[in-house]
Design a protein around this ligand. Structure first.
Ligand code: C2E
Ligand code: CA
Ligand code: CA
Length: 664
């Protein structure tokens, strides 16, 4: 999976709890800030009140200091102000007092020295503190204000116009008079009224509500975002057909599992399970019936997986599983069991399911990264599982195949061949080997078969068994067969020109050609282009080619014969309807398959079949060639039975043209 894609998936799948947390902390912080702000407002109210109190105390001090009135009269004047105060001399003796005569509270004194004014302030209330000079401000302790208000709340008339005092903050002022001895103490009481508190409360609530609205909006946005993420994920990772998960999901979470540090010592199996001939099923029933079936398969698979195992649909009717792995036998048994359950999905229809398994061993396969995670790609493993399943594709039956090293080697080889075939053809790296055919009665050379070899600069002499099946698969075989016909015709022409007594050489023509109805003309043109006589070229058709299209087959054979090419049936006896083909096809040569001459059970049954086959061919006016004959007794037996030719190691192995030419 591409890194950027993976990062995006990770962002989408991450839980967005932090958005909520951030919103919550923001709420708390903003609230505290506004609580402070409103306390400043309250302080401001209190401060303006205290200012007038202080002014009046200063007036009292000024009056006392003027000293041009007898002391008693001054005291009487001061007493009239209705304020608590007291005056002490240099020794601390009280000269005069009214009301409370202690400037500070018993539980401790909180006092501030003013620097500019030679005045000290004392507060015997915890509600409001003077910070430094009176003009510099004060701090309101909101908690204590609340306590105070709570005590009185039941008695108070909450009227905005009400001047009723709810909170009193006594602040004492001590002034050292100009004689440097006498101290004047006066109490200033700052009162917060119902009106003050209501103003404060309303502003506090308004701001709080505003903040709450902002936070709610933030939280809603976070939730909406979260829901949208979930929906996006459902689209990205969901499978619209089965309602389960899709391959993107599998790859993303599969990688998470196998790459995890703590899973390094665990093993997993990636399993690809495909329903065989799904498309045909849809054609015969309906697409919706097919999709219904896929849903049922998904359900069945999901039921069969355990915690921390995955199941998803790949493409079409292919599903993929990530299973925990313990050992080979157990995983094969488990997958077979799953398949047996899938097969039971329909009582009327017999379905085939083919599974490929690959084992994922992070400790072996994966490269360990610096962060301890393992670098592996489950997509690659899935592909391996598919390759394993591909080994079963020659049949429609259910089956389980485990990927082994040979399979990978084989696939790599197929890939190499496919890459190199064109350049090999252009560079004439394909060479013609000739395997002579001898008459067992006279031991004379009477023919040969042309067999391909790939003389590769990299891989040496590659036998046809390693390339022909690949060419048949990818269609290159038609070019190869043409190449062979051209080269054989060229060799024959050359040898004729050299005065050699040439024998007919048979060339294999693959079944892939029979779709072309002008095959006979093509071959004819190829041979003519080289100028070789047609009677020196024989065409071998393998038995399996006879099944495809009888009519086309007959056409081709008729065409070839018309051109003067002998036509032989290769590998007779290796299939099961050879007799049937023989009945319809006017062939010239019957090649008995090499299997007839491998390990006769000893009771002579093979000999009976061979001699009857030779007799049958004779009655049909066909010549016989026995292939794969390796021992003298077989040669003698075939000579006795009247077999026309033997192509086998007893006489000669396939050989290069230069060697073959010495035999003719
Ligand atoms: P085939 O046409 O049946 O060729 C006979 C194969 O049997 C040859 O294998 C030959 O070497 C082998 N053989 C012959 N006598 C004996 C014997 O006594 N003992 C044993 N053990 N083997 C013997 P080869 O050359 O490996 O070819 C294998 C197959 O490849 C051929 O089977 C044919 O089907 C295919 N093939 C080879 N060349 C071509 C070609 O040019 N075109 C096509 N379409 N197929 C080809
Ligand atoms: Ca052949
Ligand atoms: Ca053969």
């Amino acid at each position: 999976m591409k890194k950027s894609k993976e990062i995006n998936y990770r962002k989408l799948t991450r839980n967005n709890v932090w958005v909520g947390l951030v919103a919550f902390f923001a709420a708390v912080c903003i609230h505290v800030v506004f609580l402070l702000a409103t306390s400043i407002l309250l302080t401001y109210v209190a401060e303006s009140k205290i200012q007038s109190e202080i002014d009046s105390i200063r007036d009292m001090v000024a009056l006392y200091e003027e000293g041009n009135v007898p002391a008693d009269e001054v005291y009487a004047l001061l007493d009239k102000k209705g304020r608590e105060y007291y005056i002490t001399d240099g020794d601390g003796r009280i000269l005069h007092s009214k009301g409370q005569i202690e400037a500070f509270d018993s539980d401790g004194s909180i006092s501030w020295q003013s620097f500019n004014d030679n005045v000290t302030y004392y507060s015997n209330s915890k509600i409001g503190f003077v910070k430094s000079g009176v003009g510099d401000g004060m701090v309101i302790n909101l908690l204590d204000v609340f306590k105070e208000v709570r005590g009185k709340i039941s008695e108070v008339d909450f009227n905005i116009e009400s001047d009723e005092t709810m909170v009193t903050m006594p602040i004492w002022q001590e002034v050292l008079l100009s004689d440097g001895q006498t101290h004047f103490y006066a109490k200033a009481s700052v009162n917060l009224t119902v009106k003050d508190l209501l103003i404060w409360l309303v502003s506090y609530l308004t701001i709080s509500i505003l903040i709450a609205i902002v936070i709610i909006i933030l939280i809603i946005a976070a939730i909406v975002n979260h829901v949208r993420n979930r929906r996006t994920l459902a689209v990205l990772f969901g499978d619209s057909v089965t309602g389960g998960k899709n391959i993107n999901w599998f790859i993303y979470y599969g990688n998470q599992i196998i790459r995890k540090k703590k899973n390094r010592d665990r093993k997993y199996a990636v399993v690809s399970i495909e329903l065989v001939k799904y498309n045909l099923y849809c054609v015969c029933h309906s697409l919706s019936a097919g999709e219904e079936l896929l849903r049922a398969i998904n359900e069945c698979l999901s039921k069969n997986i355990m915690k921390k195992e995955l199941c998803a649909r790949g493409t079409s009717a292919e599903f993929v599983l990530l299973l925990k792995y313990t050992d080979e036998a157990r995983i094969q048994k488990r997958v077979s069991h799953i398949i047996s359950q899938l097969e039971k999905l329909s009582a009327e229809h017999k379905f085939g399911f083919q599974a490929g398994i690959t084992i994922v061993d992070p400790s072996k396969t994966g490269e360990v990264l610096k962060n301890g995670r393992i670098h592996m790609d489950i997509k690659r493993e899935f592909n391996y599982a598919k390759v394993a399943a591909g080994a079963l594709s020659s049949t429609d039956e259910s089956g389980v195949a485990l990927l082994d090293d040979k399979m990978i080697e084989d696939q790599k080889w197929v890939d190499t061949v496919c890459e190199k075939l064109q350049s090999a053809l252009d560079n004439e790296e394909f060479v013609v080997y000739y395997q002579p055919k001898y008459d067992p009665r006279t031991d004379k050379l009477t023919g040969a078969e042309a067999l391909i070899r790939w003389q590769s600069p990299e891989y040496g002499l590659v036998p046809p068994g390693r390339i022909i099946p690949i060419f048949e698969q990818n269609g290159f075989i038609t070019q190869i067969d043409h190449y062979m016909i051209r080269h054989v015709a060229r060799d024959q022409k050359k040898w004729l020109d050299e005065g050699k007594s040439c024998v007919p050489v048979s060339v294999n023509v693959s079944r892939a050609h029979f779709a072309e109805d002008d095959l006979a003309d093509q071959i004819c043109a190829l041979v003519d282009a080289e100028g070789a006589p047609h009677e020196l070229i024989e065409i071998e058709l393998t038995e399996s080619a006879f099944f495809d299209d009888k009519k086309a087959m007959l056409n081709v054979i008729a065409g070839l014969k018309k051109c003067g090419f002998a036509v032989s049936m290769d590998d007779f006896g290796s299939g099961y309807s050879s007799l049937n083909s023989l009945k319809d096809m006017p062939l010239d040569v019957l090649k008995l398959d090499a299997e007839f001459f491998r390990g006769d059970g000893g009771d002579g049954r093979a000999q009976i079949v061979v001699s009857e086959a030779i007799r049958l061919a004779k009655n049909l006016n066909m010549r016989t060639v026995a292939e794969g004959v390796e021992v003298k007794e077989q040669v003698d037996f075939l000579a006795k039975e009247g077999c026309d030719m033997i192509q086998g190691y007893y006489y000669a192995k396939p050989m290069p043209a230069e060697e073959f030419v010495t035999r003719i």
